[in-house]
Write a protein that binds this ligand. Structure first.
Ligand code: ZN
Length: 201
């Protein structure tokens, strides 16, 4: 039973968020109304501002409220490296891991013909322009290790072949600190395929 039509409307809206079911939405709505109306106002204004101002970076399609995102505007980054990711979340994960200091390109998805997502929907024309205009020596295909992610990486590597840039794919392997017997078969198989020379020196 619903408390009121407006309460119902609020919980329905909260359920738009990923991972939020009916119970969670109800708990959030009650929390905001009963204990934190100021917090609720803050969410409303931050959300309105973000929706109005955040768009795509003109160079790499990352999310930003500026013409160019923070990664594209940073002059200290390596202009010869370009890392292609499926989502801004992947970009953030790579940034947080550290170690990579090149440029990015964000696809906002992967090729999925059955869902009507083709090269145009993931910005491949813009990517091609970047390759033509830039001076990249290596393209890191960091799409997800899923069927669609692999297919997308393959498509991009073929698309970029005429430009003569080297493409690389992220290595897959054993999780650090993990134990062999608990690693899933697919990961173990890929770890074997991608094994590296080892020396005790
Ligand atoms: Zn950018």
């Amino acid at each position: 039973m619903a408390l009121s039509p407006l309460f119902e409307k609020l919980t329905e809206a909260l359920r738009t968020l990923p991972g939020v079911g009916p119970k969670g939405a109800q708990r959030m709505a009650l929390h905001l109304l009963e204990r934190d109306r100021v917090g609720g106002e803050r969410i409303v204004s931050a959300l309105a501002e973000a929706l109005e101002h955040i768009g795509y970076c003109q160079r790499c399609r990352n999310l930003t409220e500026h013409e160019c995102c923070a990664q594209c505007s940073d002059p200290r980054r390596d202009d010869r490296l370009l890392c292609i990711v499926e989502s801004p979340a992947d970009l953030l994960a790579i940034e947080e891991a550290g170690g990579y200091r090149g440029r990015y390109f964000v696809l906002h998805g992967h090729l999925s013909p059955l869902d009507g997502i083709g090269p145009d929907q993931i910005g491949l024309e813009q990517l091609e322009q970047q390759i033509v205009q830039g001076s990249f020596s290596e393209i890191v295909l960091a799409t997800n290790p899923t069927v669609e992610g692999e297919a997308t990486a393959h498509y991009i590597s073929e698309l970029l072949t005429p430009y003569g840039v080297n493409c690389s794919r992220l290595a897959y392997g054993m999780p650090l600190g993990g134990e062999l017997e608990y690693v899933d078969g697919g990961t173990l198989a890929r770890a074997f395929t991608g094994r590296l020379p080892y020396s005790s020196q």
